[in-house]
Design a protein around this ligand. Structure first.
Ligand code: 13P
Length: 251
């Protein structure tokens, strides 16, 4: 069985000021040095250089929340993966449900962004997950299969060698309703099995994070599931103490 180092990623979404992100990153970096999990924070694009300024030699990693499919050109308002790489980013969150729902990002667009991120030498955090209606209609597996297959069919299973997948049930994001550890484990196992049907070694090495109302008091039971390799944290990542308590639950 592959040893997968847990990853705890903070998705700061559209929050913070220059001062508050520096304060938060400073507090997180001061507290994460002794942990065995990998710790990542993803500020807004405009705050990335401020956070980079406080990383120094700390164990804290830096990522972005989105990027363009293109490297450069006439794409007003966009930021490319190569630009993010220049600013110290190692990861880019892609296909978050907020981007799929509010900015109409299809699975094909998300797959194209994954390719751009990997070509820039960064690691995509590919978000997948179903809505409540889809869950109640028994469509969890087909929805997530479609989201994974856009990458598998376009780039092949090799794309998952340098990838993190985050399972975020839409109904659990920002709602205080967490998937039960068993519900989350079932979907994580299904994701791993789908990748394993293409290549077992890649599937065993793949880190699959859970996201959706992860808090210090529910993190440990979620992370104890065999196919849950850490978390993608929203609200609780905006408070250093809560975020570090979640990191500690991952080891
Ligand atoms: P919450 O932790 O606030 O539910 O957000 C989860 C999320 O969307 C992380 O990407």
């Amino acid at each position: 069985m592959a040893q997968r180092q847990p990853l705890i990623a903070g998705n700061w979404k559209l929050n913070g000021s220059r001062q508050s992100v520096v304060d938060l990153a400073t507090a997180v970096s001061a507290g994460c040095g002794q942990l065995s999990c990998e710790v990542l924070v993803c500020p807004t694009s405009v705050h990335i250089s401020d956070v980079l300024g406080v990383l120094g030699n700390t164990a804290l990693h830096l990522g972005a929340q989105n990027c363009a499919e293109a490297t450069s050109g006439a794409f007003t308002g966009e930021v490319s993966a190569t630009m993010l790489a220049e600013y110290g980013c190692e990861y880019v969150i892609l296909g978050h449900s907020e981007r799929r729902a509010m900015y109409h990002e299809s699975s094909d667009i998300v797959a194209a962004k994954c390719k751009a991120v990997q070509e820039a030498g960064l690691t995509p955090i590919l978000c997948v997950g179903e809505t409540l209606e889809e869950r109640e209609a028994g469509q969890v597996e087909s929805v997530i299969a479609e989201q994974l297959d856009a990458v598998l069919n376009g780039a092949g299973v090799q794309a998952f060698e340098n990838m993190v997948v985050a399972y975020e049930p839409v109904w659990a994001i920002g709602t205080g309703k967490t998937a039960s550890p068993e519900q989350a484990q079932d979907v994580h196992a299904m994701i791993r099995a789908r990748i394993a049907s293409h290549d077992n070694a890649t599937a065993q090495a793949l880190r699959i994070l859970y996201g959706g109302s992860v808090k210090p008091d529910n993190a440990a039971t979620l992370f104890s599931q065999v196919d849950i390799d850490g978390g993608l944290i929203g609200g609780a990542a905006l408070d250093a103490e809560s975020f570090l308590a979640i990191c500690e639950a991952a080891g």
